[in-house]
Design a protein around this ligand. Structure first.
Ligand code: ADP
Ligand code: ADP
Length: 220
């Protein structure tokens, strides 16, 4: 069954056409990549696809829900990775997770979540003192703290060293194994190859191809 259906999506900012006639379907349980260069329209696409932005045109369904009509139900089933820099510096890791946990009716178990994401030893560390890799892990944890059925991870390994990237990828395997459908925004082909079942290649607001990572590599 479909987790996300996007058809003929269009979104403009003033005279900029950020997303133009984009269509794709994400299957439940898969990791679906949105791959393309900076400015291609990846973030705008996923923000529209999970109801964070209202498109100019297009039909969106998330597990059958219409983002315009079913905002609250959607909030309960979708988790979105926030940009790390917007998190509150004077709070500790555990405090931030508890705060975000309180926004949800059926949240994840914090001990288990911190264990899965390798944060258990860092729960008393202040956000502003965390390394880049730990900040990324925390932002992934915040996307999962509401126990979502669909999670959006946007450029989750940007700025990480090679070992931290591989560690993050391993953690995402664990999230996939829990049955969470993941939409992964990235501009790294190696990350898409490592994690994604299928990838939409996006360029200048349009979907150029949708294929498995191997299929995309063969086309190139
Ligand atoms: P990507 O995620 O692939 O980098 P974005 O969706 O962020 O692409 O951006 C697509 C285009 O829309 C870019 O030209 C960007 O500058 C523009 N854009 C994105 N967000 C806004 C915004 N809030 N206001 C105006 N222009 C925007
Ligand atoms: P909104 O959803 O109201 O557009 P944002 O916080 O995304 O809110 O953007 C606020 C304003 O900042 C936008 O209307 C735009 O003028 C500018 N802006 C934000 N991101 C971009 C971007 N990537 N490229 C160009 N302008 C942007």
């Amino acid at each position: 069954p479909a987790a996300i259906e996007v058809s003929h999506l269009r979104k403009t900012y003033g005279s900029t056409i950020a997303v133009d006639d984009v269509s794709f379907t994400v299957t439940e349980g898969e990791i679906f990549g949105i791959l393309g260069p900076n400015g291609a329209g990846k973030t705008t696409t996923v923000e529209c696809a999970v109801g964070l932005r209202i498109p100019d045109r297009g039909r969106i369904r998330v597990l059958g829900l219409d983002p315009r009509a079913d905002r609250e139900q959607l909030h309960a089933i979708v988790g979105v990775q926030l940009q790390a820099s917007t998190l509150p510096g004077p709070l500790r890791v555990g405090e931030i997770l508890r705060l975000f946990r309180s926004f949800y009716r059926e949240p994840a178990d914090l001990g288990e979540l911190m264990g899965t994401l390798g944060l258990a030893d860092h729960r008393d560390v202040y956000y502003k003192s965390l390394s880049g890799g730990l900040k990324q892990r925390l932002s992934v944890a915040l996307a999962l703290v509401g126990n979502p059925r669909v999670a959006v991870l946007d450029e989750m390994t940007t700025g990480l060293d090679p070992q931290a990237r591989r560690d993050t990828w391993d953690l995402i395997d664990g999230v996939r194994d829990r049955g969470v459908t993941i939409v992964l925004v990235t501009h790294y082909m190696d990350e898409a190859e490592r994690l994604c079942d299928r990838v939409a290649l996006v360029d200048r607001g349009r979907v150029v191809a949708i294929d498995t990572p191997e299929g995309l590599a063969d086309r190139a």
